[in-house]
Write a protein that binds this ligand. Structure first.
Ligand code: GLA
Length: 378
């Protein structure tokens, strides 16, 4: 029997395919080397769970029989996962958890999925609940819907669990089929620039975007009598419904189809190692996010524009839900240091905010890094 586990669960980046996951689309993400670490052990109680997060003074104490959303935001990710596990299995009992994270929070690299998936994965192992990876991915997504209130797609949880070192993943979010694409960009690297503007997806328009694109799709699908899926409509059909859609829904719907097309083109470029073409697509993607889906902000736009002056940077765009967080930049490895210095100065001068950065490497998904069994610990 397992007594104690240490779990490592990653955040994610997304090369391209933003706000397409909940719109029947494609995404091209990777798990990263920024991770959350959790020590999990059975505490011998029937229902008492004690969770301590480094950096917070208080310990979250939860009773498995009375789980409801709390007021502190990180609590809800934990409570939501416990709630979903309780609905799915009978095997959960009291446990202790200590965690610390190096995934920047609120930065568009999904610290939340790292937490949800790490906890779900770890408890599944600790209590031998018998869930498979897809069950872990989907229950973690439901935790976010039901306890946090963000109606997120599947990309983040999928990436955190399924990530593979040196690979991105082309995921079809409709069929859930996916393929690993080798992603060694050398001599280029993926530089993440963090605006340090924190967003809250639930309140900053994420759910609104989701509603706008869904209602736009329905207008077009109803008009043509097709299935209610972005896979079953075309840009021409959207064009024909332009007046019915109105400006906002028209922009949301065209963005989705264009971004889906860009993901597939980007995946092809990556496969033939055409990084120039990939970079160009990233710039176009950002333009769509900024002007059509309207999920960017002044700070992100500034960073993307700034990068265009540098030939060592092949492409740049915002990552994740938007309204702050990070830009992803494909940059020559020799240029990183000098560029970070210049862009940080310019950013601080314009916004009075410190820019932070990290270089990101496609990494493995959620894993056990240490396991102690009953007998061994005596
Ligand atoms: C957040 C959500 C994802 C996805 C992105 C935008 O990270 O959790 O499901 O929708 O935003 O692409």
């Amino acid at each position: 029997m397992i007594k104690e586990l240490i779990i490592s669960s990653p955040g994610r980046i997304n090369l391209i395919g933003e706000h397409t996951d909940y719109n029947d689309g494609y995404v091209l993400p990777a798990a990263i080397d920024k991770r959350i670490y959790m020590r999990l052990s059975i505490n011998g109680t029937k229902t008492t769970c004690r969770i301590k997060s480094k950096g917070f003074d208080t310990v979250l104490i939860a009773d498995l029989f009375s789980l409801k959303p709390g007021t502190e935001s990180w609590h809800n990710y934990v409570l939501g996962v416990l709630h979903e596990l309780q609905l799915l299995t009978q095997g959960l009992k009291g446990f202790d958890c200590e965690m610390h994270t190096d995934v920047p929070v609120g930065s568009g690299v999904s610290s939340s999925a790292a937490l949800e998936c790490g906890l779900a994965y770890g408890l599944n192992e600790l209590f031998e609940l018998g869930l498979d990876n897809w069950q872990i991915i989907k229950l973690s997504q439901r935790a976010e819907h039901n306890f946090v209130g963000t109606k997120c797609g599947i990309m983040d949880q999928f990436s955190s669990v399924m990530g593979k070192k040196d690979h991105t993943m082309l995921l079809d979010c409709q069929s859930l089929e996916f393929e690993y694409i080798p992603t060694k960009l050398s001599p280029y690297v993926i530089l993440m620039l963090n605006t340090n503007v924190t967003h809250n997806l639930a309140t900053s328009g994420y759910n609104t975007r989701r509603e706008e694109s869904a209602s736009g799709l329905k207008i077009v699908a109803d008009h043509f009598g097709t299935k209610n899926s972005f896979r079953d409509i075309s840009l021409e059909m959207i064009e024909e419904c332009k007046a019915m859609l109105g400006d906002v829904r028209y922009k949301r719907c065209t963005y989705v189809l264009e971004e889906n097309r860009r993901v597939l083109t980007a995946a092809e470029a990556l496969k033939r190692n055409d990084l120039m073409a990939l970079g160009e697509i990233l710039y176009n993607s950002h333009k769509g996010q900024s002007q059509k889906y309207e999920v960017s902000c002044a700070e992100l736009d500034f960073l993307v524009e700034f990068s265009k002056e540098f030939k060592e940077i092949l492409g740049s765009r915002m990552v994740g839900g938007g309204f702050g967080g990070c830009t992803l930049n494909i940059i020559h490895e020799d240029a990183v240091e000098g560029y970070v210095e210049r862009v940080s100065m310019a950013y601080e001068k314009t916004f009075g905010i410190n820019l932070s950065h990290f270089v990101s490497v496609p990494s493995d998904g959620t894993t056990i890094i240490k396991q102690t069994n009953e007998a061994e610990s005596k």
